[in-house]
Design a protein around this ligand. Structure first.
Ligand code: GAR
Length: 190
C-alpha cells in the first residue's frame, strides 16, 4: 500500500476530496492528515471520514525534529500540502527528497511567494485583470512556491467574475486534477 500524508491548515476541502478519491483504492491510501491549526475545519472532516489527524505547533514544526519524526513513523510515499500555509523548512525537504508536493491556486510563477495564499491570490488575479488563472502542482523546495512544476491547468477569468467566482473556478480545477496527479506520481514509482 502506498501511503499519502496530507498537511492542511484550514478548511481542507482538497484534503477531503483526496481522501474520498482514494477511499476504495487497493494500492493507495491517505494514512493521516497533519495540521498546524487546532481550529481547522479539516479536523472535523477527518473525524467524519475516519482518517487519523495530528496537530502540531510552531515549536514542534520549526524548532525541533518532532514533526519529521512523526512523518518518518508514518512511512509516507508522498507528502501532500493541500492548503498548508507555513513555509517548509529545509530539513523536511532534505529528509524527504522529491516526496513533498504542493498545490498553488494560480499559474506560478505568477501570484506566488510569501503571503500569497487562498483568497489573496484570487484578489490579485482580479486586480490585475488577468484573462486566465489556474492551478500549479509542484515539488516543494526550501523557497515558497519555487520547486519544479509537475502540472498546471488553466481556466478563463471573465471581467464580470468576482473574487469568489475565480476561487470557485480554481477549486473545481483542484478537485478535478489533484487526486489524479497524486495517483499518477505514485503509479510512476514515487
Ligand atoms: C486551495 O485553493 C489551495 O490551492 C490553497 O489554499 C486553498 C485551500 O483550500 N493553497 C495555497 O494558497 C498555498 N499557497 P482547502 O483548505 O479548502 O483545500
Amino acid at each position: 500500500m502506498k501511503r499519502v500524508i496530507i498537511l492542511a491548515s484550514g478548511s481542507g476541502s482538497n484534503a477531503e476530496n483526496i481522501i474520498q478519491y482514494f477511499k476504495e483504492n487497493d494500492s493507495i491510501e491517505v494514512s493521516a492528515v497533519l495540521t498546524n491549526n487546532k481550529a481547522a475545519k479539516v479536523l472535523e472532516r477527518c473525524e467524519r471520514l475516519g482518517v487519523p489527524a495530528f496537530f502540531f505547533n510552531r515549536q514542534a514544526f520549526s524548532r525541533s525534529d518532532s514533526v519529521i519524526r512523526l512523518l518518518k513513523s508514518l512511512h509516507p510515499d508522498l507528502i501532500v500540502l493541500a492548503g498548508f500555509l507555513w513555509k517548509i523548512p529545509f530539513s523536511f525537504v532534505d529528509t524527504f527528497p522529491n516526496t513533498i508536493i504542493n498545490i498553488h491556486p494560480a499559474l506560478l510563477p505568477k501570484y506566488g511567494g510569501k503571503g500569497m495564499y487562498g483568497t489573496k491570490v484570487h484578489e490579485a488575479v482580479k486586480e490585475h485583470s488577468e484573462p486566465e488563472t489556474g492551478i500549479t502542482i509542484h515539488y516543494v523546495n526550501e523557497n515558497y512556491d519555487e520547486g519544479t512544476t509537475i502540472f498546471q491547468a488553466k481556466t478563463n477569468v471573465l471581467p464580470s467574475d468576482s473574487v469568489d467566482d475565480i476561487a470557485s473556478k480554481v477549486h473545481q480545477l483542484e478537485y478535478e486534477h489533484f487526486p489524479k496527479i497524486i495517483e499518477k506520481l505514485l503509479q510512476d514509482g514515487q
